[in-house]
Design a protein around this ligand. Structure first.
Ligand code: AQP
Length: 328
């Protein structure tokens, strides 16, 4: 059975982009794989976080996983900081990665742009991400399009380690969905929808109320045309909304186009609002139940315990291969 690993940062309110590009695939993958789904809180602190919101959001992301259909009896759900081996292997990977490789990362360029002071953690983020994946010897990593470059570094580091110290790691493959790998911002289709965007109207949060969802969609930027046609280069905004429709209603893009032939943007947006509300409502109800019962803490404790078992074994092997003297 193949091992799958992925994670989401508790760095804001999870968006429809995180749901479509990541969580929906996690749910599918758990059926036939050995899965590790983390809340990557150590990654979240690469940009400043307010302690009480970090705590609340970490619990919230884990509860959203379960509410969306990740079954804690099938997949390991845990917080990255509950498995200290991530930080330790992260350091080891930092010593294997080159500055030049890190300098090429577009996420670093985007997130550091215009800032006077940027933490070194943001720069070495890909080394920690490589550690996350290699710690479980994962074969498959479900990610959105935006994480492809980081996964490429992970593959290089796995191969570099194997070359230098002897065959040990699997070289992991990305698992990128064909539709929905990059859901774009509602106010600017040249940027991806992002939970840390300060403009609230730019994203739909998984926990937005029905009214907020309808309002945000009705205000989403569209071109001056009228036809609901899928053409990402000529009509990026409408095409993005069509991808959202397709993913939330479970129909193909061709079908979306056929449904709205001869109709105007207004009618399309109105129906899209309802489709998104219907997709998120059951998940939201389940989410609030989970938060109330507090069951998530037991789920996280069990997930961390299982994850630590594998992580300890893999990390011990790494240290042995590298020549660390084992404690007696
Ligand atoms: N807009 C998106 N479309 C498709 N997939 C997306 N993902 C994120 N945004 C989109 C996927 O969600 C997973 C978790 O992402 P992350 O929390 O590690 O950070 P990110 O990729 O940087 O996502 P955000 O929402 O933009 O977070 P912030 O604003 O905190 O940086 C990944 O699999 C990602 O591909």
């Amino acid at each position: 059975m193949k091992t799958v690993l992925s994670g989401i940062q508790p760095s804001g309110n999870l968006t429809l982009g995180n749901y479509i590009g990541a969580i929906k695939n996690f749910v599918k993958l758990q059926e036939a794989h050995d899965c590790y789904f983390m809340v990557v809180d150590l990654h979240a602190i690469t940009v400043p976080q307010e302690p009480s919101s970090l705590r609340d959001r970490s619990e919230s992301v884990a509860a959203l996983y379960v509410a969306a259909g990740i079954d804690p009896n099938r997949a390991n759900i845990f917080l990255q900081s509950h498995v200290p081996q991530h930080a330790e292997l992260g350091w080891i990977m930092t010593t294997l990665v080159n500055m030049g490789e890190l300098e090429r990362m577009t996420q670093f360029k985007d997130k550091s742009e215009g800032k006077d002071s940027v933490g070194a953690g943001l720069f070495v983020y890909p080394a920690l991400m490589a550690a996350d994946i290699l710690l479980y010897n994962a074969n498959l990593v479900p990610v959105g399009d935006d994480q492809k470059q980081h996964l490429e570094i992970t593959r290089d580091l796995a191969a570099r380690f194997n070359h230098r110290f002897g065959e040990y790691f699997n070289v992991p493959e990305p698992f990128i969905p064909e539709v929905g790998a990059r859901i774009m911002s509602l106010d600017d289709a040249s940027k991806k929808m992002s939970k840390s965007n300060p403009v609230e109207g730019s994203y739909i949060a998984m926990l937005d109320t029905p009214d907020q969802i309808r309002k945000k969609i009705s205000r989403a930027t569209t071109d001056s045309g009228t036809e609901v046609v899928y053409d990402p280069s000529a009509k990026p905004e409408v095409s993005n909304l069509m991808s959202i429709y397709s993913e939330c209603a479970g129909v193909s893009l061709q079908e979306v186009q056929a449904r709205f032939e001869g109709k105007m943007y207004g009618a399309f947006k109105k129906e899209l609002g309802e489709v998104v509300v219907s997709a998120l409502e059951p998940l939201q109800n389940r989410y609030y139940e989970i938060r109330q019962t507090g069951e998530i803490h037991d789920i996280l404790a069990k997930g961390a315990e299982q994850a630590q078992r594998t992580a300890t074994q893999v990390l011990d092997g790494v240290k042995d291969k590298m020549g660390f003297l084992a404690p007696r």
